[in-house]
Design a protein. Structure first.
Length: 131
């Protein structure tokens, strides 16, 4: 496993398997060290993923030349700093944020610290890697 940032100054630390390049999880400051983003289908796990998706967030990073394939009814938020959309007030997100976390295992942020400093990939928002 190895941590990565998409760009210098990025806030979301992504942890990938360096053998198969599966995205294992994402840590973001607003998760307050109580949650982490898990991408279902990348690896075998016993994590309960029965929750339906409610929001597509930070879509500013999605390539501009591709149309995202999202389930019907998903709210799209380009950035958590979008002044026109308070994503924390979306009912499904609000419910998740108000649910007490489990205290089993170690925090994802602790795992990231054990893995060392993130590698910076140099991606531009909505684009590809800098040359």
């Amino acid at each position: 496993m190895k941590p990565f940032l998409l760009r210098e100054g990025g806030q979301s630390i992504r942890v990938y398997c360096v053998t198969c390049y599966s995205l294992l999880g994402v840590d973001f400051p607003v998760y307050n060290d109580q949650r982490f983003m898990f991408i279902e289908g990348h690896c075998m796990t016993d994590i309960d993923t029965s929750m339906d998706p409610a929001i597509a967030i930070n879509m500013v990073d999605y390539p501009k030349d591709n149309e995202p394939i999202l389930p019907d009814g998903i709210t799209v938020v380009n950035s958590i700093h979008d002044p026109d959309r308070d994503w924390t007030q979306i009912p499904e997100v609000k419910k998740i944020r108000e649910t007490p976390p489990s205290n089993k295992g170690i925090r994802f942020s602790e795992l990231i610290k054990e893995l060392g400093s993130p590698t910076i990939l140099g991606f531009e928002p909505g684009g590809s890697v800098k040359k």
